[in-house]
Design a protein around this ligand. Structure first.
Ligand SMILES: *Cc1c(COP(=O)(O)O)cnc(C)c1O
Length: 425
């Protein structure tokens, strides 16, 4: 048995499915998952010493590349001064002010420990602020594993949610309205019917969790208009897009100002960190200033703070966004050409340093069209890539990410490995 397989079977004895997060078990692509020994730059090595060019980037956080020396140094220096105080430290103030300066709609910010916690707290805040109960979400968007947002809906029209998992009561799911992505008509209809009771609309301004799906021109504007008209709050879940698409996130790119913004992933540069923030009058409703309770023993943890500060400092200094976009374009176009040569139908949705290869001949603009992708084909593609030493997300409905550590040469190497993989399909 390989060392990966041996360790995974041991893992399954002591952890459900052998993992700490489901998708790591590689269930949708088959085969034993790799178990990671270490990572540096754009490379990652499993316990057998096999090297992979990494386009998973820890699902997004690793925008500077793995083990960036400045981030590592900041974390090590802080570690010597204590791992957690349970009291305020100066780094929180530094990072909060950086976030407020960079993200256009944020005046004040509250730190939490994950993206899930950020969105969960933002929804509670929206309900507390508006005194309303309904939450609107869009089919195919993922906002972490919070009950209210772990619901699915019908297709193509607005429906009340049904539990997306065991353990969420129907009564709870019914407070969530599920709408199709990129469909302003369904949105307007939902607001006409329920607008007075809608506390907030939660959206990934660029979807990353049904694979990358870009918002159509008027879609985000329509959401902004409807939420304003009915005095509901607009929550941008920028856990992926924040500091990934630009320093000010998707809101800066599209010129939209949400009421609350959720952050995570890149914000912590690989350390556990999330945040939610917004205008002062909304954020002042959060305890201890206001009546909406939210707390955390490890919130504002000094290690996460210094990792976040250093990550943002490097991003501000290097402004890598043009570079990342250009590199990503080359990779995506290269893959497209290889697939075309083989006559394999595909669509690639791409923005900035994130993209998804769908195996379909339909345009992918919502969850329905994303699901037209041939997931068996994806599974074979994934396994062929893995065997050639290219790591991508082990699911069709995820984004590939690039980091500043990827060079032109790495992309050329990756394309060579990808060519071999495609030839073997
Ligand atoms: C990853 C993700 C989350 C959840 O963040 P965790 O840190 O995994 O809890 C929430 N929203 C979006 C858009 C995400 O991609």
């Amino acid at each position: 048995m390989s060392k990966n397989a041996e360790l995974f079977s041991l893992a399954k004895r002591f952890m459900p499915g052998g993992v700490s997060s489901p998708v790591r078990a590689f269930k949708s692509v088959g085969g034993d998952p790799i178990i990671v020994e270490r990572a540096e730059g754009c490379k990652i090595w499993d316990v057998e010493g096999k090297e992979y060019i990494d386009f998973l980037c820890s699902w997004g956080p690793i925008i500077l590349g793995h083990a960036h020396p400045e981030v590592v140094q900041a974390v090590c220096e802080q570690a010597h001064k204590g791992l957690s105080y349970g009291l305020t430290n100066p780094h929180e103030i530094t990072l909060a002010s950086m976030v407020a300066n960079l993200v256009p709609s944020i005046d004040k910010v509250r730190f939490v420990s994950s993206g899930t916690e950020a969105v969960m707290s933002a929804v509670r805040l929206a309900r507390g602020y508006t005194g309303r109960k309904y939450v609107v979400k869009f089919e195919g968007c993922y906002h972490g594993h919070y009950d209210s947002l772990l619901v699915s809906g019908g297709s193509g029209v607005a429906t009340f949610g049904i539990p997306g998992t065991a353990g969420v009561p129907e009564e709870m799911a019914k407070l969530t309205l599920v709408l199709p992505y990129n469909n302003p008509h369904a949105l307007i209809e939902a607001f006409e019917k329920y607008g007075e009771d809608i506390a907030c609309v939660v959206i990934e301004p660029v979807a990353g969790n049904m694979g990358v799906v870009l918002p159509e021109e008027d879609f985000l504007k329509a959401i902004e208009e409807q939420t304003k008209k009915y005095a509901s709050l607009l929550i941008f879940d920028e856990v992926i897009t924040g500091f990934r698409l630009s320093l000010g996130g998707a809101q800066e790119l599209f010129g939209i100002r949400p009421d609350i913004t959720c952050l995570g992933k890149v914000l912590g540069g690989g350390m556990p960190l999330g945040a939610y923030g917004g205008k002062e009058d909304i954020m002042n409703k959060v305890s201890p200033e206001g009546p909406v309770y939210q707390a955390g023993t490890l919130s504002g943890n000094p290690l996460s703070m210094v990792a976040g500060i250093k990550t943002l400092e490097v991003l501000i200094r290097e402004k890598p966004y043009k570079y990342l976009e250009e590199l990503t374009r080359r990779l995506a176009e290269g893959i497209s050409e290889l697939l075309r040569e083989k006559g394999i139908p595909h669509r690639i949705n791409r923005i900035g340093s994130m993209f998804t290869v769908f195996f379909t001949d339909q345009e992918v603009k919502d969850f329905q069209s994303a699901k037209s992708s041939d997931t068996q084909m994806f599974a074979r593609f994934f396994r062929a890539l893995l065997s050639e030493g290219v790591l991508i997300p082990p699911s069709q409905f995820e984004a590939w990410f690039l980091s500043m550590a990827h060079t032109q040469k790495d992309i050329d190497d990756a394309l060579e490995r990808i060519k071999k993989a495609i030839d073997s399909l």
